[in-house]
Design a binder for this molecule. Structure first.
Ligand SMILES: C[C@@H](Nc1nc2c(c3cc(-c4cn[nH]c4)ccc13)C(=O)N=C/C2=C\CC1CC1)C(C)(C)C
Length: 321
């Protein structure tokens, strides 16, 4: 049963003139659908305009038949629960409400007109240190918030880092997230359904995108907040180098490079960034830098985090030459 939040109220006056406010849920008919913005494995994201308010949104459409056939109902619920938990951070794409019709599920979300960070990076080739610091700081701030809400993204990569109209970061695509026990949930662990963090078949089968997957996910099938820090290290490397640190002809060869920590820095790679990347790309998750370590690292010296960071104007995109 879809319990999407009511998104409006309608005044109703009965025979005796008594006025009541009835909650109104929007539906497909309330939107004009535009072009396709992106296609996920089980979904399509459209540009859509609310016909009443003329506000533009991204609407993610999932086909029920396809989800059931592919046994992805768990992923759909994980994504919705995750998006509902991550509500008040500027660096996370926001889910306004959901509704369904006989064939599909619809998620109404923030429109990120800047598209995917990967697309922007491909245009400039690389980012200079100033841009890498700004986007690195915003991604780190969003990761910090996710972890504080007991969410591990598990598939962070430049495709899932979107940009809004101010070219600020919006992290997205939480279908593969891992929900830890909600720290605010007072119920004891045994009473919270599925809060053991992971049902086995989902843990066993899931692996993120080859180039950004952490070694512990490949060897022990276990992910922790440190797995997102590994991906963060790969992203910082990629912004400055123009390519991810681990990339080989096949997924298997890429995995081999990861577990053997086989990568090198291009000549001229900035030294502070190199030190930071080396402390994120550590095989043992327990030895890996944490968010706190990264914030204090020389590469982010003088960089503000928190509210100030999200008020900053995004720097002009310049390549690292
Ligand atoms: C990564 C994602 N791609 C995208 N997901 C979303 C976009 C989005 C926008 C553009 C875009 C905008 N202008 N030009 C390009 C290109 C790709 C997008 C958006 O605006 N709002 C919410 C989105 C996703 C939220 C939903 C996961 C919860 C995939 C490929 C998975 C569909």
């Amino acid at each position: 049963k879809d319990r999407g939040a009511a998104v409006g109220v309608r005044r109703e006056v009965d025979a005796d003139g008594r006025v009541t406010m009835k909650p109104v849920k929007k539906g497909v008919r309330d939107f004009t659908f535009g072009r396709i913005l992106g296609e996920g494995s089980y979904s399509t994201v459209y540009l859509a305009t609310d016909r009443q308010t003329l506000r533009e949104y991204a609407v993610k459409v999932l086909e029920k038949k396809h989800i059931i056939k592919e046994k992805k109902i768990k992923y759909v619920n994980i994504e919705k629960n995750t998006l509902n938990r991550l509500t008040e951070h500027p660096g996370i794409v926001r889910l306004y409400y959901t509704f369904q019709d006989e064939t599909s599920l619809y998620y109404v979300l923030d429109l990120c007109t800047g598209g995917e960070l990967l697309g922007v990076l491909k245009k400039t080739g690389t980012f200079d240190v100033e841009c890498t610091r700004f986007y690195g700081a915003q991604i780190l701030d969003a990761i910090d918030y996710m972890h504080s809400r007991g969410i591990i993204h598990r598939d962070l990569k430049p495709e899932n880092v979107l940009l809004d109209e101010q070219m600020h970061v919006k992290i997205t695509d939480f279908g593969t997230a891992k929900l830890l026990r909600d720290p605010r949930d007072p119920r004891p662990p045994e009473e919270t359904p599925g809060q053991s963090g992971e049902d086995d078949e989902r843990a066993a089968s899931f692996v993120g995108t080859a180039e950004y997957v952490s070694p512990e996910l490949l060897t022990e099938k276990s992910a922790s907040t440190a797995s997102d820090i590994w991906a963060f290290g790969c992203i910082i490397y990629q912004l400055l180098a123009g390519r991810p640190p681990f990339k080989a002809g096949t997924e298997y060869l890429t995995f081999q490079k990861i577990v053997k920590l086989e990568y090198e820095f291009p000549p001229g790679f900035p030294s502070a960034a190199r030190d930071l990347v080396e402390r994120c790309l550590v095989l043992d998750p327990a030895q890996r830098f944490t968010v706190e370590h990264i914030k204090k690292h020389e590469f982010f010296a003088g960089q503000m985090f928190g509210k100030e960071l999200w008020r900053m104007k995004a720097p002009r995109l310049r390549p690292y030459v």
